[in-house]
Structures are given as C-alpha cells and as structure tokens.
Design a protein. Structure first.
Length: 255
C-alpha cells in the first residue's frame, strides 16, 4: 500500500502502547495517518509517541465509557474527526471453566467486548454523519473456535465477532465498514508471559513451551504483530470498501 494512502486520515488505536496495538499504530502512521493511541499505561504510551510510533496519546480504560468519550474528544481536538477506529485493547485469563466464576466472565466481557463497543459508540455517529469510517476490532482465533481453559475469553471474543457482523449490516449503506481481524498466537509480551507460566507450572523448557503454543498453527510458528498490522492497514484502505462484517483470521491456516 502507498506510504501516503492514509494521508489526511485520523486513526485511534486502543491498547496502542505495546504489542499488536503498537505495531498497528506504527503501520498506520507509516501510511500517512495521524495516529492517537489510547491505553492505561502512560509510560508505554509516551514512549511510543517519543519513538515516532504515534502522534499523540491519551490515558483511558476502555471499560469506562466516560473515560473513552473524554479520550476521543481530546483526540478530536488534536487531529480532527476520527476516520479509523482500531479497537485493539483486550486481555485474557486462563483457568478451567469450573474455576471461572461470574467475575471472570464479567471481566473478560468488560475488557474484550465492552472495550470494543464503548470506543465504537464514541466515534460511530460522527462517521455516519460524514459518510466515511473504518471500525476494526482485533478479536482472536478464539472468536472463531474454542480452546480449553479459556472459556470466558473465547466467549467474549465470539461476542466481538457477532457484534462486528451485526453492526456491519446496520451500517452497510453509510460509508462505514466494520470488520475484525482474528490473530492466532502472536509474538507479544502477553504470549511471552504465557510461555513463562507454562514453564513454571510444567517444568518444560522454553522450546517445549513454545511448541505447545504453536502446535495449533499449521505453519508451526507465532504470528508477528506486523502481519496483524498489515491486515488492519488493508481494511482501512479504499480498496477494502466492500469488506464489511468479516472476521479475517491471521493464523497460518489454523481456522
């Protein structure tokens, strides 16, 4: 895609201070967009801005609708109306279902589903009014299939995919597209923490723990954040204006 393909567009990326979100922010900025990143960790956000990954940052918890609205209004004051909303913030909890009480399910839904709907509420009206917008949710292959010991996370990510498909139908004639990208296990801090947990609990080596994670991917490797970012970049471009209501797996053929 042309380095200036998103020139004049304003993008917000939630969870943009680290991992996949940081990679998405840098990729969109590289394509010419003005990028505002949102997250809870001020230090990580400021570092991303100082390193040229994004143009501005705002601290907010995506589970708090009022904080999200304030962050979006601040971003608009800096760079104008939001054209591209990348709802990337999320988290995972691993536990057997019988040890996953209502609090775990509620937490997973708050972060992974309401974290998407809150930011979408904050920008969609303006997008529809202006006749243009891209909403991209970073879901997961856990939104397309089941995995053991992450039932709450899978339920929340399935809900995200359902939300995307429904809202795409609702906005189909407005100039706004709504899609999801669904990465498999990706080389991020989150997966590094999972590897450490597997090693601590099982006594496996790093290589053995990694093999346990990548066994789901027919390519037998972790996805890179830049691969996910490139899929998001394409969905944000003019060439993807007929793509809406889709859940695109970036997963080496896993689903």
């Amino acid at each position: 895609m042309n380095v200036n393909s998103l020139q004049g567009r304003h993008a917000i990326v939630t969870g943009g201070g680290r991992g996949i979100g940081r990679s998405i922010a840098g990729t969109l900025a590289g394509a010419g967009a003005k990028v505002t990143i949102v997250g809870r960790n001020r230090e990580a956000l400021d570092r991303a801005v100082s390193e040229g990954v994004a143009h501005a940052a705002s601290v907010a918890d995506v589970t708090d609708p009022e904080a999200v609205q304030a962050a979006v209004q601040a971003a608009i004051s800096w760079h104008g109306p939001v054209d591209l909303m990348i709802a990337n913030a999320g988290s995972a909890v691993s536990a057997p279902f019988l040890k996953s009480g209502p609090d775990v399910f509620r937490r997973m839904l708050d972060v992974n589903l309401l974290g998407v709907t809150n930011v979408t509420h904050a920008v969609l009206g303006s997008m529809i009014k202006r006749g243009y917008g891209r909403v991209v949710a970073v879901a997961s292959t856990a939104g397309l299939k089941g995995y053991p010991y992450v039932s709450a996370y899978c339920a929340a990510k399935h809900a995200v995919v359902g939300f995307v498909r429904a809202l795409a139908q609702e906005t189909a004639k407005t100039g706004v597209t709504v899609n999801a990208v669904c990465p498999g296990f990706t080389d991020t801090d989150l997966v590094a923490e999972s590897l450490e947990s597997i090693m601590a609990k099982t006594g496996r080596t790093h290589e053995q723990a990694l093999n346990e994670i990548v066994k789901h991917n027919p390519q037998q490797r972790l996805i890179t954040p830049s691969e996910v970012a490139d899929a998001v970049l394409w969905l944000c471009g003019e060439g993807a204006r007929s793509m809406t209501g889709q859940a695109i797996a970036v997963a080496g053929g896993e689903v």
